[in-house]
Design a protein around this ligand. Structure first.
Ligand code: FAD
Length: 373
């Protein structure tokens, strides 16, 4: 598995009620029957905080919705560093007006996972986990969504409207340097323990890099940080910034600014610094240089992207894309500017979309509700 992809979750054996025969290779596509529950008004692709908010608001407006995620509920948050603390206070992570309270000022990843599970339970959301949406065909009012589940079985869903809320955390920005494909190179950071008493290079200058460098150093790794800019990014959390800067000042974490990694070898890395090129002893590399939306998936469903920032073309009032009936929501709306939309503001996309759905499909509209025959 390439290290720049979120690792697959090892799943327990499915319960009997969840088992089914995989679609045989020889079955023609027209015979791949949709299941009875597969005629929602709206299919939401992605069970992140935004996807949940979209489904909740659609349900509140009277539309049957189905969420499909290739991983687990809030899959991205599940894959964040194990001991991560959000920079946002809990009330700003709330969806569906369900209160989120925490013991301390900022919620932990574990608290957020618990919260979003409770939200899903509370609204009895229909969520198909571990199903990867591969294609969307058809047209407004008559879409067909095709997924592949974890047993490689194909499933089809028919729906009138689609919300794409696929986030950005699945695809890491690659360095494109020799050695990046080595097994010791990671684009996701989870925990410090395996790196005790080893030489670790952290690449990047934002929150993920700063927090990983500190966590690794505090748990006994020898850490070097390399960042292409002159200093840590100004958006580093206000309580993390002095910590990392003081560790660097004290020489506890070695840092090279205005520097780039040129090459990664089995036991060393080559770094180009303002003072010349240096070779550093190295056991592991965390290249924490950001992530990006799955632009190919967006294009494959017909969504046009702006030339430079790759923002999906959409009506900012309704979030309907250039493809009638397909909406975009959450961080993908910002294209490559992934620091513009967070949970804090992306959670409001659900209401915008639900309002437009009501206008288009609302009661009184002769097409409501969906005829599932
Ligand atoms: C370490 C870290 C800390 C952060 N801290 C904060 C914070 O404190 N406050 C804040 O507001 N924001 C924070 N963010 C940003 C925030 O988490 C994201 O902006 C937010 O998760 C985006 O929500 P989303 O629902 O748009 O996407 P996601 O949460 O990424 O959800 C997208 C979902 O879509 C699924 N998916 C993708 N493609 C497919 C497909 N083809 N088929 C089916 N499913 C698919 C994914 O599995 C995923 O579950 C942080 C981000 C990181 C990386």
């Amino acid at each position: 598995m390439p290290a720049n992809r979120i690792p697959e979750i090892q799943l327990p054996a499915p319960r009997l009620s969840e088992t089914h025969e995989p679609t045989p290779e020889t079955l023609t596509r027209s015979q791949a029957h949709a299941r009875p529950e597969s005629f929602p008004d709206v299919v939401v692709v992605g069970a992140g905080p935004t996807g949940l908010a979209c489904a909740i608001e659609a349900e509140k407006a009277g539309f049957k919705s189905l969420i499909i995620d290739k991983g687990c509920l809030v899959n991205s948050i599940y894959h964040y560093p194990t001991n991560m603390v959000f920079f946002t206070t809990p009330e700003l992570l709330e969806v569906g007006d369900i209160p989120f309270t925490t013991a301390l000022a900022k919620p932990t990843r574990l608290e957020a996972l618990e919260y979003y599970r409770r939200v899903a339970d509370h609204f009895q959301l229909h969520i198909r986990q571990y199903e990867w949406v591969k294609t969307i065909t058809g047209e407004d009012g008559k879409f067909c969504v095709t997924t592949t589940d974890r047993h490689s079985a194909i499933r089809d869903y028919r729906t009138r409207k689609i919300v794409v809320a696929t986030g950005y955390y699945d695809l890491a920005n690659k360095l494109n340097i020799p050695g990046e494909e080595l097994e010791k190179v990671f684009h996701y950071y989870k925990e410090p323990h395996p790196y005790y008493d080893t030489d670790v290079l952290v690449i990047g200058g934002k929150n993920s890099a700063a927090e990983a460098a500190l966590d690794l150093w505090r748990h006994g790794a020898r850490v070097t940080l390399v960042h292409r800019a002159a200093q840590m990014h100004p958006h580093v959390k206000y309580w993390v910034r002095p910590d990392i800067e003081n560790r660097i000042k004290a020489g506890e974490i070695e840092a090279h600014f205005n520097s780039t990694v040129q090459e990664i070898g089995p036991d060393s890395v080559v770094v180009k610094t303002p003072g010349g090129t240096v070779r550093l002893k190295n056991d592991f590399v965390f290249a924490l240089t950001g992530y990006h939306p799955d632009y190919d998936f967006l294009r494959s469903v017909g969504i046009e992207l702006s030339p430079e920032q790759l923002r999906p073309v959409c009506d900012p009032e309704t979030l309907e894309s250039n493809v009638p009936g397909i909406y975009v929501a959450g961080v993908i709306v910002a294209g490559s500017r992934t620091n513009e939309i967070f949970i804090e503001n992306g959670r409001f996309h659900g209401k915008l979309i639900a309002n437009h759905l009501s206008e288009r499909l609302g009661r009184g509209n002769p097409n409501f509700p969906l005829d599932a025959t």
